[in-house]
Design a protein around this ligand. Structure first.
Ligand code: HEC
Length: 166
């Protein structure tokens, strides 16, 4: 009877075991939180760097423009410095400012120029004639580039380099 109702007090060994388990749980919580913090910290700057590189225009267009520029134009053109070809920063605005000719806007003549620089020259577009005469070397033709792709190239150049223009 006595033995049945009595719950024996925990022995020292049992208490010690409970303390160890509690300590392990605390350590797991501390290290768990710590590891969680570490992985968040290592991921966050990487994502931030990518975003910092991207300009405010739609990311895909910018990326496509960058790839198209690197693979087709960068051999002769630098956005900010003259090389074999002139610096291309602001080129789109220069063609737009050069104005209409034969019912086409300056931007349309720019598309024509990139596809085949002879076309606006032969059409008598003054800006293109002056440009073609400005250097000894001639521009390549890119008949396979679409208007949209040409725009992407200039979107990339103007949006990525305008901020650092002096
Ligand atoms: C083989 C070298 C070469 C390549 C490649 C080249 N260009 Fe040119 N580009 C020139 C030269 C040289 C001129 C100067 C005009 C001339 O002498 O015919 C020029 C002029 C231009 C101009 C007129 C610049 C202005 O200030 O109005 C534009 C726009 C242009 N290029 C765009 C492009 C684009 C876009 C590409 C890539 C799709 C490209 N170029 C690839 C050599 C090149």
């Amino acid at each position: 009877m006595e033995t049945e109702n009595q719950t024996p007090p925990p022995s020292n060994a049992k208490m010690f075991g409970i303390i160890i388990i509690v300590l392990i749980v605390i350590l797991v919580i501390i290290f768990g939180v710590d590891f969680g913090g570490d992985s968040t910290n290592t991921k966050a700057p990487a994502a931030g760097t990518e975003q910092a590189d991207a300009p405010t225009v739609a990311g895909n267009k910018w990326k496509e423009g960058k790839d198209l520029f690197k693979s087709n134009c960068a051999a002769c053109h630098n956005p900010k410095a003259d090389g074999t070809g002139p610096a291309l920063l602001g080129a789109k605005a220069r063609w737009a400012a050069a104005g209409e000719h034969q019912g086409k806007t300056g931007e349309q003549w720019l598309h024509a120029w990139v596809k085949n620089y002879n076309e606006p020259v032969e059409a008598g577009y003054k800006y293109a004639i002056d440009m073609a005469n400005s250097r000894p070397s001639a521009m390549n033709s890119f008949p396979y580039l679409k208007d949209e792709e040409i725009d992407q190239i200039f979107t990339y150049i103007d949006s990525s380099f305008a901020a650092v223009k002096q």
